[in-house]
Design a protein around this ligand. Sequence first.
Ligand code: TRP
Length: 457
Amino acid sequence: MPDDVSKHGMWSSRLLFVLAAAGSAVGLGNLWKFPYITGENGGGAFVVVYLVCIALIGIPVMMAEVMLGRAGRQSPINTIRALTERAGGDAWWPLIGWMGVVAGFLILSFYAVIAGWAIFYIFRLARGEFDGTDGSGANDAFNNFLAEPLEVTLWHTVFIAATVFIVARGVVGGLEVAVRWLMPVLFVLLILLVGYAAIYGDFAQGFSFLFSFDADKLSVGGVLTAMGHAFFTLSLGMGAIMAYGAYVPANTSIGTTAVTIAVLDTVVALAAGLAIFPIVFATPGLEPGTGPGLLFVTVPVAFGSLPLGAIVGAVFFILVSFAAVTSAISLTEPAIAFLVEEYNAKRPRVAITIGAACWLLGIGSVLSFNVWADVHIVGELTFFDFVDYVSGKILLPLGGLLIALFAGWVLPRAIAKEQLGLEQGWKWQVWTIGIRFVAPIGVVIVFAYTIYESAMA
Ligand code: TRP
């Protein structure tokens, strides 16, 4: 390889790639989404399906994305295009990249709205609004806020602006600083919250809700939700990790980093669950199936009853907001890199354009919680539900399926061996079976099961 670098820049070390990828993976998916969908889907059995999907589908697909990105060193669309040509594959494969751009766009539109809630909560806690609050107080405060579209839009706008600002500064300048310091602090505060839950919450019940396997509680939809979330939480299926993979130094071990990132991400999600559910069960007026507001009603109750809770709680939401920014950036990277390559456009301009478009689409999600609460796009789904459904339950798993098939069957084996640093041997066998069979068949089984069972119902 003559010039083994990307024109968009390179991570300055292996560690920084791990931090950036972990920064992408750890976000609202872990802190906001995982607890609330686990609550809605009955707990333990759902968590087991999610963990199985992470291990059997998530890790192979993550390795595939990093590997393809590094082999191509361009935006996902152009990377797949170039690799397809090298392999003499079908000209349709770059569609993976295009689907990813669409998925990233859809996800960021609602992601920014929820992140806006988190920013607002920084100020709410800092003002001491929740001092001594109980479950119903926290519920009312949350619902009153959501009922105000202008207020919600304001915070949504703040978040989009912050994301655009960092994205415009480029891969290394903006991103590395954010992840290097904030991720570790977030982790410490999360542990603190788990400690609170263990002392003041109903830890035993929270723990058993998360971890006791009761297959009866798992609905058909729950299986697809769990698989979709495995992709969402690891940032897989739309090329975000592929785009980041393009900036990875040649000597980084792909297998080790993928496992590290997956483990970190899972630990954060489980810690969030262990912090939130004990509080839910110990607080009158709160219940696990509350929906998207779960994080925003439990955490204020906890901090509201602690000494210095207003300050520490505000810091907690600062960190949630930063975790969201480091994820949001990665949602834009495939589109940004592509536009820069195709039109030689400047990053700042591209960033502003994409930010503006996401902002506009996000208004639909803002309104889903108030003015449009009764507007249903299909079935019972509000605009927010619909965008979440299409991106998370269709586009990401489908993208992941195609990425696995491409990496397993189309990519020349010599490239895979070189990228993974593997010769024949058991590791190579495990990889081959995982990417050719286990991951794709896993996705297909969940899709087929969901369609079959819903048709029967
Ligand atoms: N993984 C992030 C989270 O859990 C969200 C995210 C960032 C994402 N980039 C992505 C989801 C790419 C899907 C695809 O909050």
